[in-house]
Design a protein around this ligand. Structure first.
Ligand code: 13P
Length: 252
């Protein structure tokens, strides 16, 4: 049995003061919900405020939206996994399509970051997903297989079980277009099969595969009902405590 996991990716929204306010609202809205893991990934500069506000139950995990692979050193503008851990983070999102599209990140960088996070005892949330052109060309399954295999390269079965995968079709992010439940389930099943090849059936069966791309309270129920959809990576709707909590509620 996989415990559902819902993560709010705040992207470049909410500075420290707005963060404390949103966290307060979120804790109130999540009260009484159990049987699900919930996480938020605010901007780096707001992690401290988030940690300060996450002082009472329900338990909400804190994570970052990216990280560097080195421990420390001459990498201007970067943040290491151990620094994130010190700020209270237990996970980091890696290889988000916005990082790939606007900041030149690629699968080999994702793999280095994933190794570094695992070494620091943290959870990598590895994002994969095809563009509209790739889907229309019928190449989506192949594209995701390549991204996933390269992003997880060299991770042994023992550690692979700690990774979370997020399938985010690029054409569904921030566009209001969601993958249909059938399209999403087909890809999640495909991802699970790739994970079996990489780590064996027992490991793959325990890995949570999240769906991301215009998830709202209106479409969450049907998406989260699919057998291989184990949660969601929510962008826009996670900036509204009530909306995010309703999505969380649909997962249990
Ligand atoms: P939206 O939910 O705003 O489409 O964003 C999805 C996403 O990119 C989450 O990482």
């Amino acid at each position: 049995m996989r415990i559902p996991l819902l993560i709010g990716n705040w992207k470049m929204n909410k500075g420290p003061s707005e963060t404390a306010e949103l966290v307060e609202g979120l804790l109130a809205a999540l009260e009484g919900i159990s049987g699900v893991d919930v996480g938020i990934a605010p901007p780096f500069v707001s992690l401290h405020a988030a940690k300060g506000a996450l002082v009472r139950p329900p338990m909400v995990l804190l994570g970052a939206q990216n990280c560097h692979w080195a421990e420390s050193g001459a990498f201007t503008g970067e943040i290491s996994p151990s620094m994130l851990a010190e700020c209270g983070c237990s996970f980091a999102i890696l290889g988000h399509s916005e990082r790939r599209q606007f900041f030149g990140e690629n699968d080999s960088g994702v793999s280095k970051r994933a190794h570094a996070l695992l070494k620091a005892g943290m959870v990598p949330v590895v994002c994969v997903g095809e563009t509209l052109d790739e889907r229309e060309a019928g190449a989506h399954l192949e594209v995701v297989e390549k991204q996933l295999t390269a992003s997880l390269e060299g991770i042994e079965a023992g550690s692979l079980g700690r990774v979370v995968i997020a399938y985010e079709p690029v054409w569904a992010i921030g566009t209001g277009k969601t993958a249909s439940p059938e399209q999403a389930q087909q890809m999640h099943e495909h991802i699970r099969k790739i994970l079996i090849k990489l780590g064996g059936a027992a490991v793959a069966d325990g890995i949570r595969i999240l769906y991301g791309g215009s998830v709202t309270p209106d479409n969450a129920a049907i998406l989260l009902k699919q057998p291989d959809i184990d949660g969601a990576l929510v962008g826009g709707a996670s900036l509204d405590a009530q909306k995010f909590a309703s999505i969380v509620r649909f997962s249990v």
